[in-house]
Write a protein that binds this ligand. Structure first.
Ligand code: SF4
Ligand code: SF4
Length: 253
């Protein structure tokens, strides 16, 4: 059987869809088992559902989004959210802590033409999601793993442990311990291969919270490195500011 695959976009920058395109070599290798029938970013021909796998990029920010995701859910056997916007509301969820009307009036000459919600929310806040891929953007290896797993009828092997584990696995020197560089790796989900610490930079959290983020402990480590508490709070309000675990942590800090 050939699986019918669809890719949908909501409020986002399209970066995760580009990760799908970036997996072209790997996807070509399994072309006999999948057919990408709906992907407006990549092809003009569009085919109606139902679909075996639906990938959703982006967050829900308008009443139209909220209605459309329900229709898409009905059309997809397996619904997979991809990226920080779809899984936690994205950086646009900063509006959730502010007055969206003020933002709109500062950006648009005619904000009265906008039909927007007061919040940017994750897809899972609106419909049942079967699988979630994190990151800003997502890892193409995880995309390919997810497609092949679904086609094979098994669960994909996706990590929920912190970035620190990947750092140790590749033998990277810890930038927090060695240099006092602020790094969110202990509370952030693995999947990127610990790219930033491998370039002597701290992780800034683009994969969102890991399964058991201990932010209180991380705060102690950052305190020990002489990093102001305000810097940690700002760091947690980044790409996955809408993630409940980080929102709760910010409140507690
Ligand atoms: S550099 Fe960051 S991610 Fe790597 S081990 Fe240290 S704290 Fe963890
Ligand atoms: S190290 Fe952190 S910020 Fe860098 S790519 Fe990985 S998850 Fe994202």
């Amino acid at each position: 059987m050939t699986a019918r695959v669809a890719v949908f976009k909501f409020a986002s920058c399209d970066g995760c869809q580009l990760s799908v395109l970036d997996a072209e070599d790997e996807l070509l290798a399994i072309l006999g088992t999948i057919d990408i029938v709906e992907f407006p970013e990549a092809r003009t021909l569009r085919e109606p559902g139902p679909y075996d796998i639906g990938f959703v990029e982006g967050s829900v920010t308008t009443p139209h989004d909220a209605a459309r995701i329900k229709e898409i859910r009905e059309q997809c056997k397996v619904l997979v959210t991809i990226g920080a916007c779809a899984t936690s509301g994205g950086i646009q969820a900063l509006r959730n802590m502010a007055d969206v009307g003020i933002y709109a009036s500062q950006v648009y000459a005619h904000p009265e033409y906008l039909d927007t919600l007061a919040t940017s929310t994750a897809i899972a806040d609106h419909v049942k999601v079967d699988l979630a891929l994190y990151g800003c953007p997502v890892s193409k290896e995880q995309l390919v793993e997810t497609i092949t797993a679904v086609v094979a009828g098994r669960r994909p092997d996706l990590p929920s442990h912190p970035v620190c584990v990947e750092c140790k696995a590749r033998g990277t020197v810890c930038v927090l311990v060695a240099n006092g560089t602020p790094c969110l790796g202990p509370v952030v989900r693995a999947g990127c291969g610990a790219i930033c610490p491998s370039y002597a930079r701290g992780c800034y959290g683009c994969f969102g919270p890991c399964s058991t983020p201990n932010v209180a402990s991380l705060a102690g480590a950052w305190d020990g490195a002489g990093v102001p508490r305000s810097t940690l709070i700002r760091a947690l309000k980044g790409f996955t500011v809408g993630a409940p675990e980080f929102q709760e942590a910010v409140r507690a800090l």
